[in-house]
Design a protein around this ligand. Structure first.
Ligand SMILES: C[S@@+](CC[C@H](N)C(=O)[O-])C[C@H]1O[C@@H](n2cnc3c(N)ncnc32)[C@H](O)[C@@H]1O
Length: 722
């Protein structure tokens, strides 16, 4: 009952960033587009002006008549997306191999019908005939330029890089007609469900007077007793709604003598019961939002995000790809004004991971939010770019496309199996400017440095992609949120140190994760600012996204943190994501401890072993009383306390008594203590660096900022906690 019912209850989430996307054609009925006098079309693409769409990209191929697409009742099962998989453990690597984009190696000998019609656009001569410029430059341009003088209705849905002649109008109208019908039906169902839910809630809710009775009676220790059977999802949901109403308007709706903390505790319990999260993770996630928004976040994690494909502009144009897919019975539309290469798929009669267009590398399945870090990176032609954690290559291939196969991309991944998938994608998509390598990224810049730009799409906990991988709800522990951020911090230093600050065209580092936790995002960025005074945060250039936190849960970050961007499923209907962009403004400081544990002067850190994933985070954590701490370094003594506390908690979870046998306790910490020892050695350097760095920051970030006002007025980038 649980999940199915819940999924049904929630209608489809709102479209991507409605305020910023192109108005949908269904809102603006198709009209023949006349070119505005004096306004030159950007494209000089020589697609056939007359006749219906071809079945591929080759303009010479014979056109086939286009049949209007009927709304499809049954969707083909969507193939998995090509991108982010939380991947810090080997089981997730297996997922990557199942990924259709990763299964490229065996395709060489495959006979694929329909490929003739697609032409051989992978050849550069053929590509020269295509005007690829628009998709590529415009995408970049669209990031930087949110303004648009031309009325959207006159431009057609494929945006200003594409012809808007009558034939295309008719072609897309056929698709849109299907979409409109489908959307209208969905909307009607949604409205009916929402109404029913409201009525039900009104019936069920026990608003005696105005104050809902949410909290149960207290036990002897004054804690609320929950009488509701957790299986009773409808009642749970009703209570969730009521609790949120109370937290929204505490003064007027709270029961006499009850505290906010009690309501928050009830909310946490009910969220865990209703959505199936571990209390540990739900607690962490709730803290990111006001109560109502937290509810929306958890709710959005119950439905999959839209299937999105990215046009490979090395092979085709988005419009042509769309035409080909529409002809195959795919219902789609542009992903939004913010991207010139994304297509959102609504329905498909064919498996999207096996179409001739897919096999010919005309597109890649890629979640919309995965476009964002690459758009922020904005790689330029002829640059040297490093993609530090690249497999399975969704972003690498995007980078190569933006660079038009010029310059050189180094695509690195520590996981060999995943690196194979990366190679597969690179071949399928016709990428020719990329070298694949297989190091721990912590080895950079020792392996190679002097890059114009570096992308670090870091391994993370995947709290932004719970809709894709529900196991995240229960399999993350405190240890994960110490080890992962620690690795991320080391990786971000390696990324920064690998960039050439003299680069004429670049000097940028983009850090991204598909996680929404503060530990993996702002805290990592703040660490980088503190450890590397030679970088500053700059605008990502992304036209949507929420500002990063400058203050949350007693943690204070540099004001420039608001230039980072957060993405949430409930806000934009995209995977949860985080993007930060740094500009390197000077050389790596001589006293810097590099990511691989070697000091800038070439002196080895006490531990000679290369630093690997078993790193344990040594970052001071806000204590239970919510006391603020800075996030610029670590403090051995303070850390020790936290580490021990976490280790004890971990043991208790395993049903062991941490106080019983200290020796056994130590052994059962499966690597944590080993890492701690290693770390202790490294801390000698780290702690020194901290002292040196504290307060030394002058440019673009640093240290503890502001006072210890734990009850600030809410400003941008700050969060009101529940
Ligand atoms: C979020 S995924 C990258 C997704 C990829 N950027 C894409 O768009 O397809 C993170 C990757 O980091 C890799 N990884 C984990 N630890 C690493 C390390 N120390 N050095 C390099 N890569 C690492 C994982 O194997 C995984 O492929």
């Amino acid at each position: 009952m649980g999940k199915g019912r819940r999924m049904k209850k929630q209608g489809p989430p709102p479209p991507l960033d409605e305020s910023l996307v192109t108005r949908k054609r269904k809102d603006a009925p198709p009209a023949p587009v006349s070119q505005q006098p004096g306004k030159k079309r950007k494209t000089d693409f020589k697609a056939p002006k007359k006749g219906p769409a071809t079945n591929g990209t080759n303009s010479k191929s014979k056109a086939k008549p286009v049949k209007p697409v009927k709304p499809v009742k049954k969707s083909a099962p969507p193939p998995p997306s090509d991108d982010e998989i939380p991947d810090e453990d080997p089981s997730e690597d297996e997922d990557a191999i199942d990924d259709p984009d990763v299964m490229e190696d065996g395709l060489d000998g495959l006979k694929v019908t329909g490929l003739d019609a697609l032409g051989s656009a992978s050849e550069s001569e053929d590509l020269d005939d295509l005007d690829l410029e628009d998709d590529e430059f415009d995408e970049d341009g669209s990031v930087m330029d949110s303004g648009d003088e031309e009325p959207v209705t006159k431009k057609g849905m494929w945006s200003d890089d594409e012809d808007d002649d009558d034939i295309e109008e008719k072609l897309t109208a056929a698709n849109i007609e299907g979409l409109t019908l489908k959307r209208d039906r969905e909307l009607a169902i949604q409205e009916a469900e929402a109404q029913a839910e409201l009525e039900e809630a009104q019936l069920q809710t026990n608003i005696a007077g105005d104050r809902p009775k949410v909290l149960e009676d207290e036990d002897e220790e004054g804690r609320p007793i929950t009488n509701l059977a957790t299986q009773d999802l409808q009642l749970l949901r009703t209570r969730l709604n009521d609790t949120i109403r109370v937290l929204d308007d505490f003064k007027n709706l709270a029961e006499e003598g009850r505290s906010r903390t009690e309501y928050r505790a009830q909310l946490l319990k009910d969220i865990c019961a209703y959505y199936g999260y571990s209390e540990f993770l739900a607690d962490k996630l709730i803290d990111l939002f006001p109560a109502r928004e937290a509810f929306a976040f958890f709710e959005a994690n119950e439905t999959p995000r839209p299937i999105v494909i990215r046009t490979n502009t090395l092979r085709t144009h988005r419009r042509e790809l769309a035409q080909s897919l529409i002809n195959r019975g795919v219902q789609l539309e542009p992903v939004g004004k913010w991207s010139k290469v994304g297509l959102q798929i609504f329905d498909s009669q064919v498996p999207l991971g096996a179409t001739p267009e897919y096999l010919a590398g005309h597109y890649i399945l890629q979640a919309a939010s995965s476009f964002l870090p690459v758009m922020a990176l904005a790689p330029q032609e002829d640059e040297r770019v490093l993609d530090m954690a690249a497999a399975p290559g969704g972003k690498t291939t995007h980078i190569a496309a933006l660079m038009k196969n010029t310059g050189c991309v180094f695509a690195n991944d520590a996981n060999k199996d995943r690196a194979k998938g990366l190679i597969g994608n690179i071949h399928r998509l016709g990428v020719r400017n990329t070298v694949v390598c297989h190091y721990s990224a912590l080895e950079f810049p020792k392996v190679m440095g002097g890059f114009d730009r570096v992308l670090l799409d870091a391994p993370c906990s995947g709290t932004g992609v719970i809709a894709k991988d529900a196991s995240v709800k229960t399999n993350k522990t405190e240890a994960d949120f110490m080890k992962l951020p620690h690795l991320q911090k080391q990786l971000v230093l390696a990324a920064i140190d690998s960039v050439d600050h003299h680069s004429k065209t670049g000097g940028y580092i983009v850090y991204s994760t598909c996680s929404v936790t503060v530990e993996e995002n702002e805290q990592v960025v703040q660490y980088a600012l503190n450890k590397r005074p030679n970088v500053k945060l700059v605008e990502t250039g992304l036209v949507f996204g929420k500002e990063g936190f400058t203050k949350i849960g007693g943690k204070i970050f540099h004001p420039s943190m608001k230039m980072t961007r957060r993405y949430y499923p409930h806000a934009y209907n995209v995977d949860g994501f985080f993007v930060a962009k740094f500009k390197k403004i000077g050389p790596t400081p001589p006293n810097a401890v590099l990511a691989n544990g070697v000091s800038k002067k070439g002196k080895s850190a006490p531990s000679d072993k290369p630093v690997e994933e078993e790193y344990v985070d040594k970052t001071p954590i806000t204590d239970d009383d919510g006391e603020e701490s800075d996030f610029g370094g670590w403090d051995d003594e303070e850390d020790k306390v936290y580490m021990e506390r976490a280790e004890r908690a971990q043991m208790r979870r395993k049903g062991k008594n941490p106080n019983a046998d200290p020796k056994a306790a130590k052994e059962s910490q499966n690597g944590t203590s080993k890492a701690t020892e290693k770390e202790s050695a490294k801390e000698v350097n780290g702690a020194k660096a901290k002292k040196a760095d504290a307060g030394a920051k002058t440019n673009g970030g640093g240290g503890k900022v502001g006072g210890a006002d734990s009850r600030p007025k809410k400003k941008s980038g700050e969060r009101k906690s529940i």
